[in-house]
Design a protein around this ligand. Structure first.
Ligand SMILES: [Mn+2]
Length: 552
């Protein structure tokens, strides 16, 4: 099952957000059920869009994503096979002995609390440790003996602790007198005794009150006649011979004993490449992955053989370099639905592209709903309407086409909206007030950078419902525009303030004398301010004029 993001451009405007929302919904209806489409945005919602979604009620604007680069989560494994901290090492050895596809197994406590990862390496070092140097001390848990690890049953469970640390002593193979010497030598660390049904040896063990005795080769009952009541330890009857009993006894040790302190954890949003390097530089076969403090699974080296690509559908933009969500060049673009000039990057595979020079991407999406005969609910009609009314500035922008016009007529009916103008003015009026907001934030909210004819320039745009308060803020915005120009390394920066009610604009700009003089616009008193009557569209009206003066 594939997860596919539907994403508009950076500094998302109403059309971009509404297009992502409505197209993801449409794709979930028409695509085979094994794909899921998620509308997302790669920038902050502007005030108008936020207010409009609140007003529509019951529609959640697409959530924010930082980038679409591959994260470790997309290769994280989560296996059914886990062991619990108290489980015997026997379980772990069986796990690796079976046709396990994983070189690590997660260790849990109390069912699902992550405690660590164990790999064959830890089992090896356990075996190595017990075969080197001194007589090893094991941590025994009596409850781990039966029935899975060591076949048999308890003759008695002593009052002493059910868990203890002890070396292993084997009796019966040496002369009794030597046995006693060996037993007494271990006084400081009483052993667990593994012995056949031998009365003398058992009696000695009782005398020394060692923690446990394991009797081997017991078929039905014990014949030794000793005073079991005086013994406070536990007695286990093993049906197996001494060699097998010894082997399995060692495997009854809980896996907790093998665990190394595991200080490295990966966060689930860690980049694929970064996670791969951390693992490669570590001494571990696998590392756990956590998200929000919760265990999500683990990764091993094998997880990093292939890098899965994030799948993205681009709406309301098609250029990956400018305007795309961060990391789009690493992603796989599956479709492009747009109404801007074509500047799409090369793709590896053939993809679905639907671009038309209409006033709004939402108009194209409306046509796709019709083409696929998917019902447009009242709410969806209002979402699409918001995108079209916003991008075409209530159908007044010169970018408006006949198709935008007819789409709006249909959507007004479907959305049960009686008056397009009222719908639009309400929408635009909730835009931020330029006088009250942080100028930098407003300039950057919808700022597009162009590099044409050797000049790097940026044009921001903001829709307002009145220009009457222009004098209050124009000087602040002009000086902030100068700073933005420097910060972004541009030659020229402009800000188009569009009065959507009176259908005209004011352009603020930083100085670029050679070109500035050739502009067809009238100066509006003072430097850097121009009046642009009838101008509503950055794309279709302002940009061509800017390109014209640059060309001259
Ligand atoms: Mn658009």
């Amino acid at each position: 099952m594939a997860e596919i993001f539907v994403c508009g451009h950076r500094n998302p405007d109403m059309d971009s957000i509404c297009a992502a929302y409505s197209y993801a919904f449409l794709k979930n209806k028409i695509d085979p059920p094994n794909n899921t489409f998620y509308p997302v945005r790669c920038g902050n919602l502007n005030d108008t869009t936020k207010a409009q979604f609140d007003r529509l009620g019951g529609v959640t604007p697409p959530p924010f994503i930082k980038d679409v680069r591959t994260k470790v989560l997309s290769v994280t494994r989560n296996t059914e096979a886990v062991v619990q901290v108290g489980d015997p090492v026997y379980n772990l050895v069986s796990f690796y002995g079976s046709s396990s596809k994983s070189s690590v197994v997660p260790v849990m406590e109390g069912g699902d609390q992550y405690r660590g990862l164990l790999s064959v390496d830890e089992v090896s070092s356990f075996v190595l440790k017990e075969n080197s140097g001194e007589r090893p001390i094991y941590h025994f848990v009596l409850d781990n003996f039966p029935p899975k690890v060591l076949k048999g049953s308890f003759l008695k469970r002593g009052g002493k602790s059910a868990t203890f640390d002890a070396p292993i002593m084997v009796g019966g193979a040496m002369r009794y007198i030597i046995f006693c010497k060996h037993m007494e030598a271990l006084e400081g660390r009483p052993p667990i005794l593994v012995v056949g049904d031998r009365e003398d040896h058992i009696r000695k063990a009782i005398e020394l009150q060692i923690p446990a005795i394991v009797l081997t080769g017991i078929e039905d009952h014990v014949t030794s006649n000793v005073d079991w009541d005086s013994y406070q330890g536990s007695v286990y009857l093993s049906a197996l011979d001494t060699a097998e009993t010894l082997r399995l006894l060692r495997l009854s040790v809980p896996v907790k004993e093998l665990m190394v302190q595991d200080p490295i954890k990966l966060e689930d949003d860690c980049l694929f490449d970064v996670a791969r390097d951390i693992l490669a530089d570590s001494e571990y076969r696998g590392l756990p992955v956590f998200g929000g403090g919760k265990y999500k699974g683990f990764v091993t080296r094998r997880c990093f053989l292939d890098r899965p690509k994030t799948k993205v559908i681009m709406v309301d933009h098609n250029e990956t370099e400018q305007g795309g969500v961060s990391g789009i060049d690493e992603a796989e673009v599956l479709e492009i639905i747009d109404h801007h000039r074509l500047g799409a990057a090369k793709t590896r595979n053939p993809i679905f592209i639907y671009c038309e020079p209409l006033g709004s991407t939402c108009t194209i999406i409306y046509k796709l709903y019709v083409r696929h005969s998917i019902e447009i609910t009242q709410q969806m009609a209002r979402v699409l309407l918001s995108g079209i009314v916003s991008d075409t500035i209530m159908l007044k922008s010169p970018t408006t086409t006949f198709e935008d016009y007819t789409a709006v007529q249909d959507l007004l009916v479907l959305g049960d909206v009686p008056d397009m103008r009222k719908f639009g003015e309400t929408m635009f009026s909730s835009g931020a007030s330029l006088a009250k907001e942080d100028p930098r934030k407003m300039l950057e909210a919808d700022f597009k950078v162009y590099r044409e004819l050797g000049v790097a320039f940026g044009i921001g745009q903001c829709e307002v419902t009145t220009l009457s308060d222009l004098d209050e803020y124009k000087d602040t915005y002009l000086s902030e525009l100068e700073m933005l120009k420097m910060a972004q390394g541009l030659d020229w920066a402009m800000f188009l303030i569009t009065d959507v009610v009176r259908e005209n604009s004011v352009l603020l700009m930083t100085s670029l004398p050679i070109t500035e003089r050739k502009l067809a616009y009238e100066k509006l008193g003072g430097e850097g301010k121009y009046s642009l009557p009838g101008v509503l569209s950055r794309k279709k009206q302002l940009l061509p004029e800017i390109l014209r003066v640059l060309e001259e």
